[in-house]
Design a binder for this molecule. Structure first.
Ligand code: HEC
Length: 132
């Protein structure tokens, strides 16, 4: 009987530890790249900012696929695939793998802004996202 209770608690603790590690690792990398001041406000601005795509002339932003609220389910503009909410408060599976965070920052900044995001920009955005 006792074991049944202990196992889920341990699982919860370990999954939280994993998510803290990936985010911590990202921030220590940003610091190593010279980032000293991190701004959630700038992160929010960048997340919502609309960039005109040079090829299509259309406006693109992170919210184009990730919905206008981080707590809502988004939808991929091209494939129509649903994208789970980005807010950590309601989606604990977010930001748990360094590889995943890096992959999507790279791909999505390129698609949205037309270039990769700097360490400073990523730090600001991630700081904003994990607080939601
Ligand atoms: C064309 C659609 C699209 C746009 C625009 C977009 N994303 Fe994403 N993003 C995705 C998809 C698809 C995933 C992967 C599926 C998932 O994590 O649910 C993802 C995942 C992510 C992740 C990984 C989250 C995690 O749990 O590790 C980050 C970080 C991210 N996006 C940041 C951004 C930023 C920053 C922008 C704007 C510069 C942006 N995205 C714009 C489609 C998009």
């Amino acid at each position: 009987m006792k074991a049944k209770i202990i196992i889920p608690v341990l699982f919860l603790l370990s999954s939280q530890a994993v998510s803290a590690n990936a985010v911590d690792n990202m921030f220590s990398e940003y610091k190593q790249s010279g980032v000293t001041n991190i701004s959630e406000i700038k992160g929010k601005e960048l997340w919502e900012k609309k960039f005109k795509n040079t090829k299509t002339g259309k406006l693109r932003s992170c919210t184009t696929c990730h919905a206008d609220s981080l707590k809502k389910t988004g939808k991929h503009i091209k494939t129509g695939k649903l994208i789970e909410p980005m807010a950590l408060s309601i989606n604990k599976k977010r930001y748990t793998k360094v590889k995943k965070i890096k992959k999507w920052f790279k791909r999505n900044c390129k698609w949205t802004i037309g270039r990769e995001c700097s360490a400073q920009e990523q730090a600001d955005i991630l700081a904003y996202l994990i607080k939601q």
